[in-house]
Design a protein around this ligand. Structure first.
Ligand SMILES: [Zn+2]
Ligand SMILES: [Zn+2]
Length: 346
């Protein structure tokens, strides 16, 4: 066992503070990773505040982890000491169910073992990336290509794959029209990746405040949802809407923007139940769906795609003692576009 420095919330809604956690001994198939950078995902804040229900405390959040392999178990074949690697939202799954075998470990029928606030197969709680080291089975580790800087690559492990997977599943590419609702941590990755895939990209944001950024990141059009004209101008014009906003919306208004067979896919997870009127889907065989992260192989595919297309997150690098302040700024949408913690400051 190794004791490592970490930042943890001691209880629900409590501020995060410096502490230590124990990492398991490096097993046969494990790698020990020196964490270099970790992103702050909005779901870290939901979890620390128990917005999605009971969580496990003390909690070390962080599932956008980038670092370097420091030690390998005797059975490890994919990684060597010095390799640049990443860990996303899950660190294990059953490996034998229909979804695991299909590369959809995120939908493991037993539920994957999440990177933090979960219980691992050893019966111990998992602790995330707001720490200096982590031990993970090599099958849940991905390689960060040399072309990607580790700090700007970290957010790809959640925000990147969460947008890449549905864009691929719903066939975004040349000739398709994709809208991204919300230009935050997830949304800015959605714009960059959809643009890199060759789709025509529209940003739908509350105001035009971030329009210059949106266009620079790859959007072709940028509309304010506070302007009713947006919903008449774009009516029936979109193949796919990626909704990154986790607050309830007027879904019917968004469905009206979809073409026949168009889909609105929800990536954020509201803390409250949402109501929709089926009439607004009915006329054009429109659908409403959701999507959660991506499998391990797809996460690797996403990193390779991003390296090839020069896509990474826009980040603001912070010290560990700025985490609590950063949480407040995320809640106020005051970040362009992802906070990343330099773990050397833990
Ligand atoms: Zn996340
Ligand atoms: Zn499974």
């Amino acid at each position: 066992m190794t004791t490592v420095a970490a930042y943890a919330a001691p209880a629900a809604k409590a501020p995060l503070e410096r502490t230590t956690v124990d990492r398991r001994a490096v097993g046969e198939n494990d790698v020990l990773i020196d964490i270099a950078f970790v992103g702050i995902c909005h779901s870290d804040i939901h979890q620390v505040r128990e917005g999605w229900g009971k969580a496990i405390f003390p909690m070390v959040p962080g599932h956008e982890i980038a670092g370097v392999v420091a030690e390998t178990g005797s059975g490890v074949t994919k990684y060597a000491v010095g390799d640049r690697v990443g860990i996303g939202c899950m660190v294990d799954s059953c490996r034998v169910c229909v979804n695991c075998r299909a590369g959809l470990e995120q939908y493991c029928t037993d539920g994957p073992v999440w990177t933090y606030s979960a219980v691992g197969k050893d019966g111990l709680p998992t602790y995330g990336g707001y720490s200096q080291k982590v031990v993970v089975d090599e099958n849940y580790v991905v390689r960060v290509p040399e072309a990607l800087p580790l700090d700007a690559a970290a957010p790809l492990l959640c925000a990147g794959i969460t947008t890449y997977s549905p864009l691929r599943h719903w066939n975004a590419g040349p000739g398709t029209s994709v809208a991204v609702v919300g230009l935050g941590g997830l949304g800015h990755m959605g714009v960059k990746i959809a643009h890199a895939l060759g789709a025509e990209v529209t940003v739908l944001s509350q105001s035009l405040r971030k329009k210059d950024d949106g266009m620079r990141l790859g959007a072709d059009r940028y509309h304010a949802t506070s302007d009713p004209a947006t919903f008449t101008d774009l009516a029936g014009s979109l193949d796919l809407i990626l909704n990154t906003v986790s607050a309830p919306l007027d879904f019917g208004a968004y469905f009206s923007l979809l073409r026949t067979d168009g889909a609105m896919v929800n990536l954020g997870l509201p803390e409250e139940t949402v109501a929709i009127e089926l009439q607004s889907l009915f006329g054009n065989r429109r659908s409403m769906s959701s999507s959660g992260i991506g499998g391990i192989a797809e996460t690797q595919e996403m990193l390779d795609f991003c390296a090839e297309h020069g896509v990474a997150a826009e980040i603001e690098l912070i010290r560990a003692d700025q985490i609590n302040e950063a949480y407040e700024r995320v809640l106020a949408s005051d970040v362009r576009y992802r906070f990343v913690i330099d773990t050397a400051t833990i």
